[in-house]
Design a protein around this ligand. Structure first.
Ligand code: GDP
Ligand code: MG
Length: 255
């Protein structure tokens, strides 16, 4: 048996977005059907309890520090450059239901492009990270997204565009690059966030939002898959055995 979820990983309300101009949605609370399902199935083993999240972006934009700040609650100054791919499980409780994010910290993809498709595949959320103090890292965000999307079904993936190292920029610099980032977010239908792993600013709120939105999307798609969006039918959810997370696009551009 797994130990109980830590108290500071309990989500009872939908966290707010960072900017209403670039949000996946701006509703105040979880979808009513999601709330209803969770009320009846608090402890049941359900198929929507895990989500694969991939984190992509240029080298040194702060991907590993971002994950590490959330997981450990501290800024890891001595973090070594990530080699290959790594994933960490982060456990939550959303509306009383256990839920985990499988966070894939992708690293050195420039050199490991060949294996990239393996870890891009089957993601429920893609976090594209850029450095708020580097315009070029934002310019590269689109390419990262395109690469990651090749292996995924665009209709079922949630996108987040996250600017890191907020602590390094003056308010003026910040607002300039944010304008650009929000414009890109609107275009690619991503939710925009600005955070700092160093100060911790926005990091927990961001991951809570990722957990909440992927959880909500998983529950809704599960209801849909079971042919009903009626809460009265939820019992059927527990009867299905496996969630088919196979992406529709399988073709890889790999070497
Ligand atoms: P990755 O290659 O994208 O995983 O980048 P890392 O997480 O390894 O971070 C690259 C460098 O940026 C390291 O020297 C970190 O100390 C630094 N860094 C990461 N996040 C922040 C931040 O929020 N603020 C500041 N000032 N530096 C950061
Ligand atoms: Mg790294």
């Amino acid at each position: 048996m797994l130990p109980p979820v830590k108290k500071d990983r309990v989500i009872t309300q939908l966290p707010r977005c960072f900017s209403p101009h670039a949000a996946l949605h701006t509703k105040d609370g979880f979808h009513p059907q999601v709330k209803a399902v969770c009320q009846v199935q608090k402890t049941a083993t359900v198929n929507f309890n895990i989500a694969k999240v991939i984190v992509v972006g240029d080298v040194a934009v702060g991907k590993t520090c971002l994950i590490s700040r959330f997981r450990k609650g501290a800024f890891d100054k001595n973090y070594k450059a990530t080699i290959g791919v790594d994933f960490e499980m982060e456990r939550f409780e959303v509306l009383g239901v256990p839920f985990s994010l499988q966070l894939w910290d992708t690293a050195g993809q420039e050199r490991f492009k060949c294996i990239a498709s393996t870890y891009y595949r089957g993601a429920q959320a893609i976090i594209v990270v850029f450095d708020l103090s580097s315009v070029s890292s934002l310019a590269h965000a689109r390419q990262w997204l395109e690469d990651a999307m090749k292996e995924n079904d665009p209709s079922s993936v949630l996108l987040f565009l996250v600017g890191t190292k907020k602590d390094l920029s003056s308010p003026d610099q910040l607002s300039q690059i944010e304008q650009e980032a929000i414009r890109l977010s609107e275009e690619i239908k991503a939710e925009y966030w600005a955070v700092s792993a160093k100060s911790g600013d926005g990091v927990k709120d961001f991951f809570f939002r990722v957990a909440s939105l992927t959880f909500e999307a998983n529950v809704l798609s599960e209801l849909e898959k079971n042919g009903s969006r009626h809460v009265g039918d939820v019992i059927r959810l527990t009867e299905s055995t496996e969630v088919d997370r196979t992406p529709t696009k399988r073709k890889s551009n790999c070497c």
